[in-house]
Design a protein around this ligand. Structure first.
Ligand code: FES
Length: 102
């Protein structure tokens, strides 16, 4: 598995999503407490950026119509979205937040 640094952990404020591009993929990175999550930065309902949504624990709520997604699994938790959002492996290594696309 190859890892790509997307930001520094110390710059990742809890509950404040960050949008990054990794090899052409738009990814939303979220810190929730000590955990970091990475999901595709596009709501599965109408393709708006999830990184502009609101984080609550390990969920993110789409700002457009209010669907929530589980950041751990990508599952859509309420309508109107029904399809899960893609999740990416993520880790913190030497203070760097790293994402894998494999
Ligand atoms: S665009 Fe996200 S819930 Fe509709």
């Amino acid at each position: 598995m190859s890892w790509i640094t997307v930001c520094e952990f110390r710059n990742l404020a809890a509950g404040m999503p960050v949008a990054v591009m990794v090899d052409g993929d738009a990814i939303c990175v979220v810190r929730a407490g000590a955990d970091v999550f990475a999901v595709h930065d596009e709501c599965t309902h109408a393709a708006v950026p999830l990184s502009e949504g609101e984080v609550d624990g390990a969920t993110i709520e789409c700002w457009m119509h209010g669907s929530k997604f589980d950041l751990r699994t990508g599952a859509a938790l309420n309508l109107p979205a029904t399809a899960p959002v893609r999740t990416y492996p993520v880790r913190v290594h030497d203070g760097h937040v790293q994402v894998s696309r494999t």
